[in-house]
Design a protein around this ligand. Structure first.
Ligand code: TYD
Ligand code: MG
Length: 467
């Protein structure tokens, strides 16, 4: 008698084990292994078969004509920027993000724009009813006739409709709700997600439609479901943002047709997502200059410079152990900078409560913001406001030294564009970057010098200090 074989796959990372375990030995997730029938991956039509137009014979690279197929412009300039100019027909894009960040909103806006431009579009929802989609479309103010909405989770039925509609663009919201008949396990399991995505990807190639799969991410920030999904698709986009703030960032972590350096910026408003062409102005609009504890830093998102405000508040501690709370900057980095500032300058921070915040819900992952954070902390502790025309950037080392940062020219140019007349920069960087802008470089060697500069800065610009 043939014994039915099964394997156990981790629903977080996709690693397979011959028997059930409480914890995945590959990624360390607890209780993530689920039973799946063995051999589910075999014989998927369209997968592993050569893409049409491909022959196996070697050709001279010089003679190959790059595919001139035009990109499908989505009508969302910020999305097109991240994609490298638009969607490629026949490609598959994965759009990941936490629940509530606005994936379905962005997806519907793109569908509506494409349908308005006269292209056949298929919107498949496995999470919401068609009525809910209609309500959202009303809210966004776009209800084009050419947009077909289908509330469906069966991949086979979607493929049948796909063939009859012949859409240029297909949206699947979300891939975790899709299931195909050949796999027995439940929707959302590793095998289902993998097989459904493979079937849809094969259809995208054979029908020449651009496909976007919406995917949820886990709390840890990785895409729920197997990593294999990331290998299967051509483009992986991540939609990030704090739900309490309007600001949203779209990044590409993989792009077979363009760079992964571009970032799209949106704000979520009452009528959907609005592109933000000028993020620095958005972040600086609510700034209250003249109060201590605030410093502006030009950070880089990909190749895009943005001015953000780093804030610090130092208060005397009421309990024995001082509190340290950080929003928008990694706790470890802030703790390191506090220790450096305490030891390498005369700013006394021991036994003080420290609160650090980046305005607007921005998350800074760059060490280039170190100097600005040190200045904000010193400014709050000494109660000296940083002059409103000053920005700062530089990495701070454990010795208190200020180190160079990437693309200082771009950062200074952005600061100059927004009217900042002085930028504190790492000492060695000034000679290599002669300033073409009307923006003075103030070279800083170490944090002690930065604090000294802060103390004297107010003397020369006393009119800006309202105290
Ligand atoms: P949604 O796109 O459903 O998020 P996701 O698909 O990523 O889970 O929308 C998320 C939030 O956006 C929701 O809480 C309501 C809000 N929202 C607006 O603020 N304005 C709008 O116009 C829309 C459509 C949604
Ligand atoms: Mg959604």
């Amino acid at each position: 008698m043939a014994k039915r074989r099964s394997i156990y796959a981790c629903s977080e990372c996709g690693a397979q084990q011959p028997r059930w375990l409480g914890r995945c030995p590959d990624c360390g997730a607890w209780d993530s292994l689920v039973e799946e029938p063995l051999g589910g991956t075999a014989a998927i039509p369209g997968v592993g078969e050569p893409v049409s137009g491909l022959s196996g014979d070697p050709m001279s690279l010089a003679q190959i004509q790059p595919d001139a197929s035009p990109r499908l412009q989505t009508g969302e300039p910020e999305l097109d920027r991240v994609l490298g100019g638009g969607l490629i027909p026949g490609s598959v894009t994965l759009l990941g993000g936490e629940p509530g960040v606005g994936k379905s909103t962005l997806a519907l806006q793109v569908c509506a724009r494409l349908a308005e431009s006269g292209r056949p579009v298929l919107y498949v929802t496995g999470e919401e009813s068609a009525e809910q989609i209609r309500l959202r479309a009303d809210r966004l103010g776009a209800v084009p006739g050419g947009l077909q909405v289908m509330s469906e989770t069966s991949v086979e039925r979607i493929l049948a409709q796909w063939a009859s509609i012949g859409p240029d663009f297909v949206l699947i919201d979300s891939i975790q709700t899709m299931r195909c008949e050949r796999v027995e396990s439940a929707a959302g399991s590793v095998a289902q997600v993998r097989e459904s995505a493979a079937l849809l990807a094969a259809a995208a190639k054979s029908q020449g439609a651009a496909v976007v799969l919406v995917g949820h991410v886990t709390k840890e920030g990785s895409l729920a479901g197997p990593r294999v999904l990331e290998h299967l698709v051509d483009v992986v986009l991540g939609f990030e943002g704090d739900r309490q703030h309007a600001f949203r960032l779209l990044r590409a972590s993989k792009n077979r047709f363009g760079s992964t350096q571009e970032v799209g910026v949106f704000t979520m408003g009452a009528s959907g997502l609005e592109p933000v062409g000028n993020p620095s102005e958005l972040f600086l609009s609510e700034r209250s200059s003249g109060s201590p504890g605030s410093c502006i830093v030009p950070v880089l998102e990909g190749t895009r410079p943005m001015l953000v405000e780093v804030q610090a508040l130092i208060a005397s501690s009421t309990y024995g152990v001082p509190r340290r709370t950080c929003m928008g900057i990694e706790d470890g980095r802030a703790a390191l900078l506090l220790a450096v500032l305490d030891r390498r300058s005369d700013v006394d921070l021991l036994s003080r409560d420290v609160y650090v915040n980046v305005a607007g819900g921005v998350r800074i992952g760059e060490t280039a913001a170190d100097l600005a954070l040190c200045l904000a902390i010193a400014s709050s502790r000494l109660d000296i406001p940083i002059p409103p025309d000053v920005a700062a950037c530089g990495e701070v080392g454990l010795g208190g030294e200020v180190r160079r940062v990437a693309r200082l020219d771009l950062r200074v140019a952005e600061a100059a564009r927004l009217g900042f007349s002085r930028v504190l920069v790492p000492h060695g960087a000034t000679e290599s970057a002669p300033s073409p802008h009307k923006c003075e470089h103030i070279p800083i060697i170490n944090v002690a010098e930065a604090v000294t500069w802060l103390r004297t800065s107010t003397a020369g610009h006393g009119h800006e200090n309202r105290r």
